[in-house]
Design a protein around this ligand. Structure first.
Ligand code: ADP
Length: 474
């Protein structure tokens, strides 16, 4: 089966969040299972693209409205990621450093989708499945069906995976002229609430859509930034497949980014060494429980709750707990978290920024990982924490609910709470501190969580079964 994964991010080429981890791992695991999966991304002028060799495999020009775009498709020469990687380069539009946040971001992603479709159409390719990830590539299922340019490909099965249903990539109808000639009698499929909504269009036009956890499939009918009714109507077409983790990249036994490697049998010693190095770097005491947060500093992740929760816990547990934050995002949240350092430099520290290697050390060295998320489609952080023997302390939502069992329940290993408020978070922190004092129990839980299997092997198979259920109409 020839599968094209289309996305804005892919680790290690360009990563902003979990989308990159999934797109960088799923195709590799699919190929191990005998598929022929490739990834297509916009070209980014980043470390990865500068350090690897690419061949131009296709060149053409196309139109976005009245704007002529010259594009080339570059292929990474050695398949070093375990799959074919193609990058679409458009001078002046898709040749920049950052993944998002440009004022012409909508044009960038429309151009990317048009160039991809032109390429496979003109080069006479017939993939078995086109798998689109998130709204950046959400117009592809519609264009395949309702643009005259791509009628040859109209029967190509499409799968759309929602990694984050809060963002839709909405654009005004004045931008419809950017699309290749479409059947205007079908324009309602692009529309939601009077705007062109690529996420809604993808859900309506794809053959099947998936969410990155079963609970998130349910939650989208209650909370999806205005698309609740659509998800209610289209529920039959959806399924929830929990993300896996790349156990080759995230392996405490071999991880080149952590100071002390460790196995489940030697976790006590290994984790303590990593904790010591981490605490030394951040001026914290390695003898106290270390509770960490890693992630985007946004409301979705509940990052606004951290300063008040930490302040209360520090005053209730003077000299008995440490907190460490690694994150970047909302400027005000960054400021609040930085100011907190001045208030209590002995029990709290923060690193504002994005640092992949530091994230690995935090997963390895922390005792607990706090995730007070309001929305968490799957969440990878808790899966990395489990793999590195770090107890996840999570709000019961989305993928967190599907992957973390409270240690008070049978077979449990984590800490769960229901509400995003300071009381619930502090109560969970109290439970974490009490657990830290009960070393045999903590050791037992660590062994239990490190034995869990959240590798891609299982989830990659589920996607393949889904592809196999899609039979092209002849
Ligand atoms: P989302 O995609 O919503 O941000 P996920 O839990 O799916 O959340 O994935 C987050 C990924 O980004 C994880 O690999 C996590 O380790 C990483 N990450 C988030 N923030 C940072 C940061 N500041 N530095 C390093 N890694 C980070």
């Amino acid at each position: 089966m020839r599968i094209y994964h289309l996305a804005a991010e892919c680790y290690p080429v360009a990563k902003v969040g979990g989308l990159a981890d999934v797109v960088g791992a799923l195709p590799k695991y699919q190929n191990k299972l005998g598929m022929d999966a490739a990834v297509v991304l916009p070209f980014y002028d980043r470390k990865f693209t500068r350090e690897h060799t690419f061949d131009t495999v296709f060149q053409a020009s196309t139109l976005m409205g009245t704007r002529r775009l010259y594009f080339e498709v570059l292929k990474e020469r050695d398949n070093i990621l375990g799959f074919e990687l193609y990058l679409i380069k458009i001078p002046g539009l898709l040749d920049r450093e950052e993944v998002y946040m440009y004022p012409d971001e909508r044009e960038q992603f429309i151009a990317f989708q048009i160039a991809f479709l032109d390429w496979i159409s003109y080069s006479q390719q017939s993939p078995d499945v086109i798998h689109c990830h998130d709204h950046h590539v959400g117009l592809v299922p519609f264009l395949l069906n309702y643009s005259k340019l791509y009628t040859r490909l109209a029967n190509t099965p499409t799968v759309f995976t929602i990694h984050n249903g809060q963002y839709h990539g909405v654009l005004g109808w004045d931008k419809v002229s950017y699309l290749p000639e479409i059947d205007m009698s079908k324009s309602g499929l692009l529309d939601w609430a009077g705007m062109i909504n690529p996420l809604a269009a993808a859900v309506k036009c794809c053959w099947k859509y998936t969410t990155v956890s079963p609970s998130y499939l349910e939650e989208l009918t209650i909370n999806s930034n205005g698309l609740e009714y659509l998800f209610y109507l289209e529920k039959e077409k959806g399924s929830g497949i929990i993300n896996g983790i790349d156990t080759e990249v995230w392996n405490p036994k071999t991880d080149p980014m952590i100071p002390a490697k460790f196995t489940p049998a030697k976790q006590e010693e290994g984790k303590q060494k990593n904790k010591q190095e981490l605490c030394e770097r951040f001026n914290l005491s390695p003898d106290k429980p270390l509770i960490a947060f890693i992630g985007r500093l946004v409301l979705e992740k509940g990052a606004d709750m951290l300063p008040a929760a930490f302040m209360r816990s520090i005053s209730e547990h003077k000299d008995k707990v440490n907190f460490l934050v690694l994150g970047a995002g909302d400027v005000n949240m960054e400021l609040q978290l930085t100011l907190l350092k001045e208030a209590d430099p002995e029990q709290y520290n923060v690193f504002i920024g994005y640092d992949e290697a530091l994230a690995h050390i935090v997963y390895a060295g922390a005792d607990f990982l706090l995730m007070p998320s309001r929305v968490e489609p799957c969440g990878l952080n808790q899966l990395y924490a489990l793999r590195y023997g770090t107890v996840p302390v999570v709000r019961s939502t989305g993928g967190l609910k599907d992957t973390v069992i409270d240690f008070g329940d049978e077979g449990g290993y984590g800490i769960r709470f229901n509400n995003v408020n300071v009381d619930d978070i502090c109560h969970s922190i109290n439970r974490a501190i009490a657990l830290y004092d009960n070393i045999p129990h903590l050791q037992l839980l660590r062994k239990r969580m490190m034995a869990l299997d959240f590798s891609w092997d299982r989830s990659a198979k589920e996607y393949i079964h889904l592809y196999e259920s899609l039979t092209p109409i002849i």
